[in-house]
Design a binder for this molecule. Structure first.
Ligand code: F0G
Length: 481
């Protein structure tokens, strides 16, 4: 997205693409939205997409694809073994990341499953800048545990630190020394750290993590699912990289990592994933599991059409116009809300705009799931679907106790190139109304609670008739829609 000056002095992001295929949306009246939310057990994952106006649940698998990606999909080579499509994708990974081997998997968590099987043994420890839900679940299932060692600012909702996703090197060293290098399965760095608000790490920090891992002989695994945003932020915010191309930054990041895995539902704007490495031993070990869990080594559970789309998507990720769109739209949304005094995660990150539900609903205790309640309330009053990223997204301890999340966030994802600026303005308008009326919102409680990843299928009930009162106030103030 080019940085042009506007005559009016106003500042807003300018799209460097045009829309050529559209999908019709519907905006239900508020009473129907209330009924839909209650039928979904107050869990935005259980809403039907036809009932949603703006789907800001996630950017996963829902980014807009380019004309070049769609064209490439027509050329896919549909063979079980030795597909030409696979060879193209592998060659693109080699070109961009300098890796010899690409191991396909159907999505990011499938990589996590296999990496946990290869590296994690009962009692082993995996330090990381921050966990992701599926990553942690796979490590724990293999008998390992996760230790988070990010810098302290990672936990501060508002900050001016441009790299809140950085690892605290001293904390990491202490964990390694305390457990002994042999007990560390691997160190994991997550690009565009998802659960703390899409916050990046700096190249300098990754260099420090990498040299510590080398010193102790510990593999460094990079989760590159949100690499596109992280690349943009390194170029924008890290002085030494100002004059580097995106391609050069990507290559340096890859050179510092022993294994890179990614969700192609995010990176590459298609659907799929995979792992890359130069290490022969890791390659052999990971390869064992691909035909067992994913599919033959030249498709790994993916459709060949999606693999063609990923190949082009990875190439397009090296274009500054492409990777700046998401972060610039997010920065616009965050700034507009911040100006109105609405609590948001700062600095703006990638992936989406994150509302700080703990401050938005400071009258609710964390045990009543403020981020979940805010997600339900926002859908009822706007048709905007966000995702709870707080205590509901945590797992109970083996003894049944419930850990409270470090943060209670409502994530409003902006899938790349999907929404227009007026739709973002609509979301800001409705969130502003909700903030004025926040005292009407009360809490939720689980009525059905699955043991694993409960946020996906769990059902909750409101603690009072607050949702009916909220809908009635909305109807009186703004009408049916
Ligand atoms: N790692 C990160 C950082 C992710 O954000 C995700 C998915 C995964 C791994 C797993 O990849 O979905 O392809 O299996 N994040 C999605 C989200 C689900 O909505 O944030 P996957």
């Amino acid at each position: 997205m080019s940085k042009i000056k506007f005559f009016s002095g106003e500042e807003f992001p300018l799209e460097m693409h045009k829309v050529r295929i559209v999908q019709k949306l519907s905006l239900l009246p508020v009473k129907e939205r209330l009924a839909a939310m209650q039928a979904a057990g107050n869990n935005t994952f259980l809403l039907q997409n036809k009932d949603v106006y703006l789907d800001m649940l996630t950017d996963s698998g829902v980014n807009a694809m380019s004309d070049r990606q769609l064209a490439a999909m027509m050329e896919a080579d549909d063979s079980y073994a030795g597909s030409e499509t696979f060879a193209k994708l592998e060659a693109k990974c080699t070109e961009l990341f300098g890796t010899k081997y690409y191991l396909p998997a159907h999505q990011g968590r499938a990589c996590e499953h296999i990496l946990a099987k290869v590296f994690v043994t009962p009692g082993s420890v995996v330090p990381m800048n921050y966990h992701f839900t599926t990553t942690k679940a796979h490590i724990v299932l293999c008998g390992g545990s996760v230790v988070e060692t990010p810098i302290d600012e990672a936990y501060q909702i508002t900050s001016s630190n441009p790299f809140k996703g950085n690892m605290d090197i001293d904390k990491l060293r202490k964990v390694v020394e305390e457990h002994g290098a042999d007990s560390i399965a691997f160190v994991r760095m997550e690009a565009g750290t998802n659960l703390i608000g899409g916050q990046p790490f700096s190249l300098e920090n990754l260099e420090q993590v990498s040299s510590l891992c080398d010193k102790y002989g510990i593999p460094l695994i990079l989760d590159a699912s949100l690499l596109a945003d992280n690349l943009y932020f390194i170029k924008e915010r890290e002085t030494k990289c100002r004059d580097w191309s995106i391609r050069e930054i990507a290559r340096r990041i890859a050179d510092l990592s022993d294994i890179i895995y990614f969700s192609g539902r995010k990176l590459g704007c298609a659907r799929g994933g995979g792992m890359m490495t130069n290490n022969e031993e890791y390659y052999q070990k990971i390869r064992e599991f691909i035909p067992l869990y994913e599919g033959f080594l030249t498709y790994g559970g993916m459709s060949v059409r999606e693999m063609e789309a990923i190949t082009v998507g990875l190439e397009e990720t090296m274009e500054p116009d492409m990777i700046s769109h998401g972060p610039q739209f997010i920065a616009y949304m965050v700034d507009e809300l911040d100006k109105r005094g609405i609590p948001v995660v700062t600095p703006p990150g990638g992936l989406g705009c994150h509302l700080n539900a703990m401050a938005f609903l400071d009258h609710l205790p964390q045990e009543q799931y403020p981020a979940g309640a805010l997600a339900a309330a926002l859908y009822i009053i706007s048709g905007v679907r966000g995702m709870e990223r707080g205590t509901m997204s945590e797992q109970r301890e083996p003894d049944g106790s419930e850990p409270l999340a470090d943060m209670e966030l409502l994530r409003l994802a902006l899938p790349r190139r999907v929404f227009t600026l007026s739709q973002v303005k609509y979301a800001v308008d409705r969130i502003s109304w909700l903030y004025e009326n926040r005292r009407l919102i009360s809490g939720l409680k689980f009525v059905e609670e699955p043991a694993t990843l409960r946020f996906f299928f769990g059902r909750l009930a409101p603690l009072s008739d607050w949702q009916e009162q909220l809908a009635a106030k909305y109807l009186a103030d703004l009408g049916e829609y």
